[in-house]
Ligand binder design. Structure first.
Ligand code: NAD
Length: 309
């Protein structure tokens, strides 16, 4: 297939969107990073006399994500020539720019209605030929595109990067029922050869493969820990470096993922599985719900199972 990706747009500049944009920039793809327009000024912006019309305010979320990436060490983005390939923007002012890219990646909150609304917005400016994908952790690709036109659905699929996207090799590609097979083959080759990923093709089942198994494992661990009185530190001591998994101790991983995102991901399976025994495993324990209500979301809020220093 005679296709190439030189320009991409990533929508959602949170943990995953910023990391995906950085990974693309590292391989030479110029990347537009978009988020929502903030509704309020920060104290600092007010002191500077900025208004909600100012581009520095309107693009604040994506701009601060890029600034954070540039400081990360060891940082493939440390050399500013990579960072300069990422342009910050917002969805309201820059929607029409989506017509000029080769690949649009949706990386916003894990919520079906938000994602459906966003896909319809994307479709309103979409150029046939442009690939559109979602980084959803497990929401159905077919459901997400249900309100879109046939030609758009043919260009839409899941491209599920794992966290952190610059370092995790695994990438699931999930075709929808209408996705053109030649675009799936193209993306598989592109993600393997150009992005350096190990691609696994997955069916459009709740939470696909990685998060169906991973969510199960994390919830069973939490249940066993609570019932047997193990501590967070004990579980992490056993499931982390000492077991040959330098970065993936259970609760460190949950803090990295974001507890709010994890709750959405577990709920997605809970709402789609039919057997009672499976449902009892995928039910999110009250402790996690309480932490999310308190705003303890993990690393992104500074407090989760651990306090970020
Ligand atoms: P996050 O909370 O860090 O970031 C979400 C971003 O989306 C925020 O910056 C928010 O302002 C923005 N946003 C929300 N609604 C928007 C809209 N309508 N338009 C534009 N931007 C909008 O979340 P995250 O962890 O980066 O997760 C994003 C997606 O990636 C989710 O679908 C999640 O399930 C998936 N994912 C997450 C992980 C993980 O470990 N966190 C791993 C793989 C996949």
């Amino acid at each position: 297939m005679n296709k190439t990706i030189r320009k991409a747009a990533v929508i959602g500049s949170g943990i995953m969107g910023s990391g995906i944009a950085a990974h693309l920039a590292n391989v030479g793809i110029s990347c537009l990073l978009l988020d929502v327009v903030p509704k309020q000024l920060t104290e600092e912006e007010a002191v500077k006399g900025l208004t909600l019309e100012n581009p520095a305010v309107r693009n604040r979320l994506a701009l601060s994500a890029i600034a954070k990436l540039a400081k990360t060490k060891p940082a493939p983005l440390y050399d500013n020539s990579f960072a300069s390939r990422i342009t910050a923007g917002n969805l309201e002012d820059d929607l029409s720019k989506l017509a000029q890219v080769d690949w649009i990646i949706e990386v916003v909150v894990e919520n079906l209605e938000v994602k459906k609304g966003l896909l319809q917005k994307i479709e309103s400016v979409w150029t046939p030929g442009t690939i559109v994908s979602s980084n959803t952790s497990g929401i159905s690709i077919n459901d997400m595109a249900a309100s879109c036109g046939d030609e758009f659905k043919e260009h839409f699929m899941g491209t599920h990067f794992f966290n952190p996207p610059r370092y995790m090799k695994l990438l699931e590609i999930i075709p929808g029922e209408h996705t053109r097979p030649e675009l799936v083959s193209f993306m598989k080759g592109f993600c393997e050869k150009v992005l350096g990923k190990g691609v696994v093709l997955a069916k459009d089942t709740p939470n696909f493969i990685g998060n169906r198994i991973g969510t199960y494992g994390l919830l069973v661990t939490l249940k066993e820990m609570t019932e047997n009185g193990f501590t967070v530190e004990e579980v992490d001591a056993v499931t982390g470096p000492a077991m040959g998994r330098p970065k993936s101790a259970t609760f460190r991983t949950l803090d990295l993922v974001g507890l709010d995102t994890f709750v959405h991901v577990a709920d997605n399976v809970y709402n789609h599985v039919l057997s009672e025994s499976e449902r009892s495993i995928f039910a999110v324990p009250p402790m996690l719900q309480t932490m999310v209500e308190k705003g303890w979301l993990g690393e992104k809020s500074g407090q989760g199972f651990y306090v970020k220093k």
